[in-house]
Ligand binder design. Sequence first.
Ligand code: AMP
Length: 115
Amino acid sequence: MADCLFCRIVAGEIPAAIVKRSDAALAFRDIDAKAPVHLLVIPTKHVAAVRDAKGADGERLLGRLLAFAAEIAAEQGLDRDGYRIVTNTGRNAGQSVDHLHLHLLGGRKLTWPPG
Ligand code: AMP
């Protein structure tokens, strides 16, 4: 999508600190990190939010994104102490970029519940 910030990062039109990419997903550092490790894992194809990942293709995509995030967490050394993967969906959750993204947070003790 031309006016989507994360699509523009996928296309290389906006710089980002890219950590890993696959054919279906891209991981890069959040510009406003809330933890020592704070990465965003996004599909390279535009999907607005987790509620829009429907049907067999949607299920496959969600599985691949989650597995990709877990793989990166291990590579970032987060397996031993743990980490959090979260996706905000819609206004009440505070989703600010309408391109599906998993936040991967780790490197410190995280509080629960989130606000
Ligand atoms: P959310 O509020 O769940 O929609 O998350 C969007 C995230 O995107 C926020 O944590 C922002 O800090 C992050 N973000 C916004 N613009 C950029 C950017 N250009 N590069 C990296 N992260 C960004």
